[in-house]
Write a protein that binds this ligand. Structure first.
Ligand code: DGL
Length: 290
């Protein structure tokens, strides 16, 4: 049996005796995209220890093949589980979720995973014009999962998918320095295309775009409603922690210990210090061996 297996075999006894679980909850994205999810969850659940991991060694995920991503994520999770023993993992990344969630669940059955998928369901259910836009990475937009969701819940609503790799790069590299006009201009290009096609719903299907949520809402109003998944994901995590009398909950009387990891061998950039500092998390590099 692997070291991870031995660790997990001993775990339930500890939980039973203390009725609290101090292990971290892991939030993963290719870069800063998962931060809005992590920040929101943290604001609601300060006692939980969180570990944010930015897999910058493999950024951007959206340009990779599905199989490539599955291998990258399996290898990364194997090392994260061995090193950090998380109690729950959040794929705060739509691309990682549509590409690898099933394989990760099958490979690591002891670790509960929460995935982030574009909020297609409410958008197609509420679209009066029967056309909902989805903005994401190429990998997400091309994945059959999006069309399957629309077919399942859409009641005839069509999906217009647009890949926006340059918007991912913009958020990852420039969001801290960009002025409001620049942000609005970046967003407007996409809104114009959805509006011209007659869409009245727009799903932000890439976590990076949450950094531009306000700009999207302003540019899309009043005809296009913008959907995101931040609160839905947070509630899903909470419901897993609260199951079985809160078996996975941390002790509410003390604050969690929070860390921010960046993968890759490059020197840690100042911007990462800023992101980690804003969250109040300690920053370090996580070794990359793929
Ligand atoms: N933030 C990611 C998502 O939600 C992907 C960005 C990337 O291409 O790495 O899809």
């Amino acid at each position: 049996m692997s070291g991870t297996g031995q660790l997990r075999q001993n775990r339930p006894l500890t939980i039973f005796l203390n009725n609290m679980d101090k292990r971290p909850i892991l939030f993963l994205d290719s870069g800063i995209g998962g931060i809005p999810y992590c920040r929101y969850f943290h604001s609601q659940n300060p006692a939980e220890s969180l570990l944010y991991i930015a897999d910058r060694a493999h950024f951007p995920y959206g340009k990779r093949e599905k199989n490539d991503l599955v291998l990258i994520l399996k290898s990364l999770f194997e090392r994260l589980i061995m090193a950090e023993d998380p109690k729950l993992a959040v794929l705060a990344c739509n691309t990682a979720t549509v590409s690898a969630l099933d394989e990760l669940r099958a490979t690591f059955p002891c670790l509960p995973f929460v995935g982030t998928v574009p909020a297609v369901k409410p958008a197609v259910m509420e679209s009066k014009k029967k056309l909902a836009g989805v903005l994401g990475t190429a990998r997400t937009i091309e994945d059959p999962y999006i069309a399957e969701l629309a077919a399942k819940y859409g009641n005839g609503c069509k999906i217009m998918g647009l890949a926006a790799p340059e918007l991912v790069e913009f958020v990852e590299h420039r969001i801290n320095r960009a002025c409001e006009n620049e942000k609005r201009e970046m967003v407007r290009k996409y809104i114009d295309q959805f509006r011209a096609a007659g869409a009245d719903a727009l799903v932000l299907g890439c976590t990076h775009f949450l950094f531009l949520l306000e700009e999207f809402r302003i540019e899309a109003a009043p005809l296009i409603h913008v959907y995101d998944s931040i609160e839905g994901i947070s509630s899903r995590i909470e419901s897993i922690l609260d199951a079985d009398g809160g078996a996975l909950r941390a002790d509410g009387s003390v604050s969690g210990k929070n860390q921010f990891f960046v993968t890759g061998e490059n020197q840690i950039e100042d911007s990462w210090r800023q992101w980690a500092g804003e969250l109040g998390f300690s920053l370090s590099r996580f070794g990359d061996k793929t």
